[in-house]
Design a protein around this ligand. Structure first.
Ligand SMILES: NC(=O)c1ccc[n+]([C@@H]2O[C@H](COP(=O)([O-])OP(=O)(O)OC[C@H]3O[C@@H](n4cnc5c(N)ncnc54)[C@H](OP(=O)(O)O)[C@@H]3O)[C@@H](O)[C@H]2O)c1
Length: 275
């Protein structure tokens, strides 16, 4: 059986992808920071659950060791979260931890599992999937840390593809809004941002963001299972696509960013975010 390791399977896209990959014949190594978060996954010979925190080198090393008996041919770097906040108020440590998780963690996991994928996969059969975002191709206000992290993920994927892409295809996933836990985690990661914003010009835009945009994914986003289906479909193709743009909002946003004069695009963004 061919196996795929997925990071961040406690909820959301990662969780949905475990089911979808198993449904299409893969063995799945489901990983999460807390292994207990995986306890409700249906058991089977095609599932192995491991604890893996992408910011903790010890857990990455232990996960590689625990997979050494498997024909691991695919890695899906899905784990991540969104650090919001206007750049003027963003603490350097908030930016640092965002990059540590979404970028450095993804790189560390990729580097650690590459030898195993090389050993198990025939030429062109391996898959490395980086879950980036539409915000890896364009930027929105009040999400500078997250925008920067996802632009970096796209750059890492494109560089890796130049370096090893003929041997192991590299797929970048660029979702728009997806219905997951992402927006709850995002509000947790804010910490005391609303208090920090009091008395600044950002108070009203942040308040507006909280009231309106938190519900955006629930109202307009694609379901996690539909997103997972598109990722699995790309992984299952004999010649996988380089990019998987997920959702009409991602496609439309990228199209507008490419074709509209920058001044128009910026004016639209500022208006949408009340800046
Ligand atoms: N939802 C969207 O609208 C959207 C749009 C574009 C891109 N994305 C990207 O899609 C990916 C999955 O997010 P999601 O929407 O499915 O959100 P989610 O439901 O919040 O899932 C995120 C997963 O990442 C895990 N994670 C966070 N930090 C981690 C760490 N240090 N080590 C290991 N795992 C960690 C979380 O685990 P815990 O439960 O332990 O926190 C959780 O399992 C992320 O990379 C996100 O940036 C999401």
């Amino acid at each position: 059986m061919k196996w795929a390791l997925v990071t961040g399977c406690s909820t959301g896209i990662g969780r949905a992808l475990v089911a979808e990959l198993r449904r299409t014949g893969w063995g799945v190594v489901a990983t999460a920071r807390k292994e207990e978060a995986l306890a409700d996954l249906p058991k089977g010979p095609d599932l192995r659950c491991l604890s893996l925190d992408v910011t903790n080198p010890g857990t990455i090393e232990a996960a590689v060791e625990a997979c050494s008996d498997l024909e691991l041919t695919a890695l899906v770097n899905n784990a991540g979260y969104g650090q919001m906040g206007p750049l003027e108020l963003l603490k350097p440590e908030e930016l640092r931890f965002q990059l540590e998780t979404n970028v450095v963690g993804l790189h560390a996991v990729t580097q650690a599992f590459l030898p195993l994928i090389r050993k198990s996969a025939k030429l062109g059969e391996g898959r490395i999937v980086h879950v980036a975002s539409v915000l890896g191709r364009l930027s929105i206000p009040m999400a500078g840390a997250y925008n920067a992290s996802k632009h970096a993920v796209v750059a890492l994927a494109e560089t890796l593809r130049l370096e090893i892409g003929r041997e192991i295809p590299v797929i970048v996933v660029e979702p728009g809004a997806i219905q997951t836990e992402f927006r709850n985690t995002l509000v947790n990661a804010w910490g005391d941002l609303p208090q920090r914003a009091e008395g600044t010009p950002y108070f009203e835009p942040i308040d507006h963001y909280r009231r309106k945009r938190e519900n955006f994914a629930a109202q307009h986003g694609m379901t996690a299972i539909d997103c997972a289906r598109l990722i699995a479909r790309a992984m299952n193709k004999r010649r996988p696509p380089r990019r998987v743009i997920v959702g009409r909002d991602s496609r439309l946003g990228q199209w507008a960013h490419r074709l509209l004069p920058m001044a128009w695009f910026e004016a639209f963004m500022r208006r949408s975010y009340r800046l």
